[in-house]
Structures are given as C-alpha cells and as structure tokens.
Design a binder for this molecule. Structure first.
Ligand code: ZN
Length: 165
C-alpha cells in the first residue's frame, strides 16, 4: 500500500464499470485484470483523466462524463459500406473493431466496424461510444511511478511496468 496520489507521470491501475444514461453496462474490468494507464498522456478519455486527479490508492468514486469530455459527439455520416475484400481475408471481423482508413485526400482516420455482412462491412468514423454520456464507477487499485521508457512511449507497460513490446 502506498500513499501516492494520481498525478502526471504516475501509472494508475484501476477497476471501472461504465454505464450509459439508461444504466446499461457498456464495459467493465470487474472480474478481469484492472486497467493500467499513464496519467497525463491521454491514454483514457479526458473527462475520466481529470476526474482521477488527486485520488489515492483504495479510493472509489463516480464520474459522469459528457460526450465532449468522452468520445466526442457523433459528427460523421453514420455507417458506410466497405467491400469485405478491403479487409485482410484471414481476419475474423467483429463489430467494435477499429481500423485505419485512408480518405480521398490521403489522410488516415480511425473507423470502427458497426455490422458485418457476407460481402459488405459497415464502418463508422465515429467511436461506438460517441454521443454517449458515460457514467463511470472507479476503484483505484494501485499507483506507481512510471519508468523512463513508459514516459518516452506515452503509455504503461503493464501493471508492473515490465511488459515488453
Ligand atoms: Zn511502450
């Protein structure tokens, strides 16, 4: 146990459950490994990162995050069809998977799979949780100093900082 508090340059390990306005669970780490992130590096949505500030190990708290502090408002045209052949043939395509797409102007943008049909995959330029107000339940499990390598990379290397990649 430490008395450290969440601040820039700390790796924070936390459990979370996130629900939408209707109370549906969108995602949770409970029952699996807690999630490590590097504070101050934009690893998690901005609203959650600021809600974490100053908390200590063992804290539990709730945070309500607006779309603009979460995954953004929905701004795109909605799901667009892409030929199945545009994706690697050996990949088991599933809704929610993220890919990089190249626009006509040559820019690279993220897209998410919404639906998979036989010959066509529908993708959306909006994150699946765009437009949602997110209700987080958080428990801070551990806080440690980031290693120099983690700070250089801008992300944690696992719970103990020893993961390699
Ligand atoms: Zn790394």
């Amino acid at each position: 146990m430490t008395n450290e508090s969440v601040a820039a340059g700390k790796v924070v390990i936390f459990h979370y459950t996130v629900t939408n306005d209707a109370g549906d669970v969108l995602d949770t780490s409970v029952g699996a490994e807690p999630l490590p992130y590097l504070h101050g590096s934009g690893n998690i949505v901005p609203g959650l990162e600021s809600a974490m500030d100053g908390h200590t190990v063992g804290d539990t708290f709730k945070a309500t995050i607006s779309p603009e502090e979460g995954y953004g408002e929905r701004t795109g045209p909605g799901p667009q069809p892409v030929p199945r052949a545009a994706f690697p043939a050996d990949l088991d395509l599933q809704p929610g998977m993220q890919f990089a797409a190249t626009t006509e102007s040559g820019a690279t943008i993220p897209v998410w799979i919404v639906r998979v049909a036989e010959d066509v995959v529908h993708v959306d330029t909006d994150h699946p949780l765009a437009g949602e107000t997110l209700h987080f339940d958080v428990e801070i499990v551990d806080i440690r100093d980031a290693t120099a390598e983690e700070i250089a990379h801008g992300h944690p290397h696992g719970r103990d900082g020893r993961a390699t990649h």
